[in-house]
Design a protein around this ligand. Sequence first.
Ligand code: SF4
Length: 302
Amino acid sequence: MRAVSKVFFTKNLDQAAALFDLSGFDKLISPNDSVALKIHFGEPGNTAYLKPERVLGVEKKITALGAKPFFTDCNTLYKGPRSNAKEHLAVAREHGYSNVIIPEDNDCEQVEVNLKHLKRVFLGGTAVRANALIALTHFKGHELAGFGGTLKNLGMGLATRLGKLKQHQDCVNCPELKTCRKNQTIEACWVGPSALVQEKMVEYAFGALKNKKGKAGFMNFICDVSPNCDCFSHNDPPVVSDLGLLTALDPVALDQASIDLVVQAAGRDVFRALYPDADWSVQLKYAEALGLGSRRYELVVI
Ligand code: SF4
């Protein structure tokens, strides 16, 4: 029988600081800890990204505990204003964030995972070296993963550009494999089938959490639920109304509870309707199989 994890839920999206304590995040952090606040700062032109006023209370809570929080993300694989640290930092500032560290791509920590698809993962060094991690996630749709929640924020989001490529790359069945000169470079083709990308993404999340046992907490903000990722330079109207904020110490339970709330509010599986080829349950089942958490949860409504 799988364990049941607690997921805290409030309809008030401005209660991140209050839920921080209620969820026990204060116990994850010791004085002088460096604490990575993993967030997606949004592409220029996108307005659905998580706004600083929703999360600054978390930064203040951590500072009051005597620890050292900082916001962070890793660069994008696609070429654009967030594919290098300097411009990425400028985007973060433009979107209202300060106290931000974006690792350059050569600041990469290789973490051994020895899992089904990958032996090691390539992660941004800043978050790996931090003593603790809080993932602040804007929950929304995603064309390849079905939805983008905490698992995606950790797995794809904390990967270096090479790590993102490895998650998307699928050269095994390519007829040009024997002669191809680019498949070992950052210029390799990348898209990948949904299920494979999701499983590799979860293996990356596994790597990101490997040295954070008892030192990681997770928050999903279900607001401005755009059909697409915040990497898009625009956003279409939300697929459901704003639902609220969920927090947990279990990233799998958190994402499962979040998708359940969205499906319930919409009255149908809006993400499967949008992306019929992306079965989002793959990421949840695989994450549970790897021991990252449980899909069984108790929703504690605040
Ligand atoms: S990089 Fe592209 S062309 Fe080369 S083996 Fe992979 S899929 Fe084929």
